[in-house]
Write a new protein. Structure first.
Length: 572
C-alpha cells in the first residue's frame, strides 16, 4: 500500500495558535490576572486560555447599553461548565452545584445539550472558590471548553440499564484518558505547587502537544434505538452494537458538526459518516488516533474551517480512514447493522433492571430555576436531599432522576407531586421535543433570543397544533440564537437560527432519528411569518401525512423541501 502524503492547509497560524504556543501549556498569566481587583474582566489572551479551564468571560448583554451610557465597564461575569461524562451526577454533586449557583452564580443551573451543568454570572473573585468546591465534590471543569476533546456524551438510556452502565463507563474512560495532561488547572485553581524543571513536550502533553488541537473536538456514544446524543453531529461518534443483550463493540462515525456562518458556503453543518466497527477495548485507540489526525492535519490558520469535519471533507473520507488504520496498525471491521428510532427523550417513569426506576423530567430549555408558579429548583433540591440513586442530564436538556429503588419511589413521587414537577405530558409532544440554546443575555455570539423566547413562541404554535389535532405528534423543534448550532438546529425537523433581534432563518426536513440534516426554508422572518408558515405546513401535515410519517419526512415527500444528507450542499 502506498501511503499518501497528507498536508495541513497552508497559511499563517491564527492568533489563537500564538496564544496557545506562548501560554506555557495553558497557564498564560491567568493566575495573576484572576487576582487583579481593578477590573472584573481579564485580558483577551487569557480569556482564550480560560476556555481550556471550562470557563470564559461574558458580560450581561441586557445591561450593556446602559453601562456604556454610564461609562462603566461591561457587567463582566464568568460562565463555568462542568466536565461530567455521560451526564451522570450524584445527588451530593447536584446539591453542591445548586448551592454554588445560589452563592456565586445567577441562582440558576443550565442543563446543556452535552449533558452537563453550566453556571452563569460568577464574578471573578468567586471563581477560585467555585472551582475548588466543584473539585471537592469530585467534579471538575477541565477541558469543558477549548481546543481539546470535550465532555464525552452517552445515551441516557433508562430502558437498557445494563448496557447503559457499560457504555457510561466507556464514556468516562474516554473523557478521563483524553484529558490534557498539563498541571495548569491544578496550579491556577487548586493551588498545586509547580514542579521545578522544564520537561519536554512529549512528557507534558504526549497526545496533544504544545499547541493542542486546531479546534474543539467532540465525542458521543449512542445506544440504538435511541440517538438522543445525535451521534452524527459528533466529530467522532460511536454507535453501540448489542448482540444477544451484550455489548460487542461500536460502529465508528467521523466528521460530524453543526456550526456554520450565515451566507458562507465554506462553512456548513455536516453528518458524521460510519467508517467501520471496533471492539470496546479498541475504542480508546480509535479516539486517540483520530484526534492525532486532526491535530496534525486540521486547519490552524482559519478557525472557522478548523473543525475535524472540514479536515475529513478536505482530505476525503477514505483517506482519513486509511490514515487512521495506518496509525492504529490494524483495520476496522466492517460496520454492523443498527437502527435508530428517535433523537428525543422518553418521559415519565420506566422500570430498569434490579428493581430500579427512572423518572425523566421535562426541563424546558434546560434551565433549572424557581419560576413564580413552578418551583423546579426547590423541588429538585428536596429530591436530591433524599435520593440515593443518581441524576442523569440528557442531551435534550432534560433530567432523569435515575436508579430509584422501589422503596424510595413513593417518597420521590410524593416530592414530584408536591412540587408539580412534570414529565411534560400536559404539554404538546412538540414542546416536549424542543431545545433552545442559551443565547441572550449571556452568550456573546447570540444574534437573537433562543431559550428566553422559544417557550412563548411554542404557546402560539401549540394553538395551531391543537387546531390540527397534532397534540401527541412528536415533532422535533430547535432554536439557536446564531448559526453555531449549540442546540443542534440542523437536526431538528423544524429549526430556527437567529439572524437579528426577532428574526430567524427557518429550516425544515431533518430526520426524526437524527440521520438527515434540514435545509433552509425561509430566510430572516419574524414571529408573524413563522406562525403563518407553520399554520399552512402543520395543517397540510395533519391532512396529507401517511400512516406513521414524521414531519421531517413529510415535508420532503410533499416537495416542500429538498432532502440533504450532506452538509456541503446545505446552503443550496
Ligand atoms: Fe456551543 C460556542 C453554549 C453545545 C457549537 N457555545 C458556545 C459558547 C461558549 C459561546 C462562545 O464561544 O462565546 C456558548 C456559551 C453561551 C452561554 O452563555 O452559556 C455555547 N454550546 C453551548 C451550550 C451551553 C448550549 C445549551 O444551551 O445547552 C452547550 C454546551 C455543551 C457542553 O456542555 O459542552 C453547547 N455548541 C454546542 C453544540 C451541541 C453539541 O455539541 O452537541 C454545538 C454544535 C455541535 C458542534 O460543535 O459542531 C455547539 N458552540 C458551538 C460553536 C460552533 C463551533 C463550530 O464548529 O463552528 C461555537 C462557537 C465557537 O466555537 O467558536 C459555540
Ligand atoms: Fe450562543 Fe450561538 Fe451557541 Fe446559541 S448557538 S449558545 S447564540 S453560540
Amino acid at each position: 500500500m502506498v501511503t499518501k502524503i497528507l498536508k495541513a492547509p497552508d497559511g499563517s497560524p491564527s492568533d489563537v495558535e500564538r496564544i496557545k504556543e506562548e501560554s506555557d501549556y495553558l497557564r498564560g498569566t491567568l493566575k495573576e490576572v484572576m487576582l487583579d481587583r481593578i477590573s472584573a474582566g481579564i485580558p483577551d489572551d487569557d480569556n482564550r486560555l480560560m476556555k481550556h479551564h471550562g470557563s470564559y468571560l461574558q458580560d450581561d448583554r441586557d445591561l450593556r447599553n446602559e453601562r456604556q451610557k454610564q461609562k462603566l465597564e461591561p457587567a463582566y461575569q464568568f460562565m463555568l461548565r462542568v466536565r461530567m461524562p455521560g451526564g451522570v451526577s450524584t445527588p451530593e454533586q447536584w446539591l453542591v452545584m445548586d448551592d454554588l449557583s445560589q452563592k456565586y452564580g445567577n441562582g440558576t443551573l443550565k442543563l446543556t445539550t452535552r449533558e452537563t451543568f453550566q453556571m452563569h454570572g460568577i464574578l471573578k473573585w468567586n471563581m477560585k472558590k467555585t472551582i475548588q468546591t466543584i473539585h471537592s465534590a469530585l467534579l471538575d471543569t477541565i477541558a469543558a471548553c477549548g481546543d481539546v476533546n470535550r465532555n464525552v456524551m452517552c445515551t441516557s438510556n433508562p430502558y437498557q440499564s445494563e448496557i447503559h452502565s457499560e457504555v457510561y463507563e466507556w464514556s468516562k474512560t474516554l473523557s478521563d484518558d483524553l484529558l490534557p495532561r498539563t498541571r495548569a488547572y491544578h496550579e491556577i485553581w487548586l493551588d498545586e505547587e509547580r514542579v521545578a524543571g522544564t520537561p519536554d513536550a512529549e512528557e507534558v502533553e504526549p497526545m496533544y502537544g504544545p499547541l493542542y488541537l486546531p479546534r474543539k473536538f467532540k465525542i458521543g456514544i449512542a445506544v440504538p434505538p435511541s440517538n438522543d446524543i445525535d451521534v452524527f453531529s459528533q466529530d467522532l461518534g460511536f454507535i453501540a452494537i448489542v448482540e444477544d443483550g451484550k455489548l460487542i463493540g461500536f460502529n465508528v462515525a467521523i466528521g460530524g458538526g453543526m456550526g456554520m456562518t450565515h451566507g458562507d458556503k465554506a462553512t456548513y453543518p455536516q453528518l458524521a459518516k460510519v467508517i467501520g466497527f471496533c471492539r470496546p477495548e479498541q475504542m480508546y485507540d480509535v479516539a486517540e488516533k483520530t484526534i492525532t489526525i486532526q491535530r496534525d492535519y486540521g486547519n490552524r490558520s482559519v478557525r472557522k474551517n478548523a473543525r475535524f469535519k472540514y479536515t475529513v471533507d478536505r482530505l476525503g473520507l477514505e483517506t482519513v480512514k486509511e490514515e487512521l488504520e495506518n496509525r492504529l496498525g490494524w483495520s476496522l471491521e466492517e460496520a454492523k447493522p443498527y437502527h435508530f428510532d428517535h433523537n428525543g427523550d422518553r418521559y415519565g417513569w420506566v422500570e430498569g433492571i434490579e428493581d430500579k426506576w427512572h423518572f425523566t423530567l421535562f426541563v424546558e430549555g434546560g434551565r433549572v430555576t424557581d419560576y413564580e408558579d413552578y418551583k423546579l429548583m426547590t423541588g429538585l433540591r428536596e429530591i436530591a436531599k433524599v435520593h440515593t440513586g443518581d441524576f442523569r442530564l440528557t442531551a435534550n436538556q432534560n433530567l432523569i432522576i435515575g436508579n430509584v429503588s422501589s422503596e424510595k419511589k413513593d417518597e420521590i413521587n410524593a416530592l414530584i407531586d408536591q412540587y408539580g414537577l412534570t414529565d411534560g405530558k400536559h404539554h404538546s409532544a412538540l414542546r416536549r421535543s424542543s431545545m433552545a440554546c442559551v443565547a441572550l443575555p449571556t452568550c456573546g455570539l447570540a444574534m437573537a433570543e433562543a431559550e428566553r423566547y422559544l417557550p412563548s413562541l411554542l404557546d402560539k404554535v401549540e394553538e395551531i397544533i391543537d387546531e390540527n389535532g397534532l397534540r401527541d405528534e412528536e415533532i422535533t423543534i430547535r432554536m439557536t440564537g446564531c448559526p453555531n448550532g449549540c442546540a443542534r438546529h440542523a437536526l431538528g425537523e423544524i429549526g430556527f437560527i437567529g439572524k437579528a433581534p426577532g428574526k430567524y432563518n427557518m429550516y425544515l426536513g431533518a430526520a426524526f432519528d437524527g440521520s438527515r440534516l434540514s435545509k433552509m426554508y425561509r430566510e430572516n422572518i419574524g414571529e408573524e411569518d413563522i406562525l403563518s408558515e407553520l399554520r399552512v405546513l402543520l395543517s397540510r401535515y395533519a391532512k396529507e401525512r401517511e400512516e406513521g410519517e414524521h414531519f421531517g419526512d413529510f415535508v420532503i415527500r410533499a416537495g416542500i423541501i429538498k432532502a440533504t444528507t450532506d452538509g456541503t450542499n446545505f446552503h443550496d
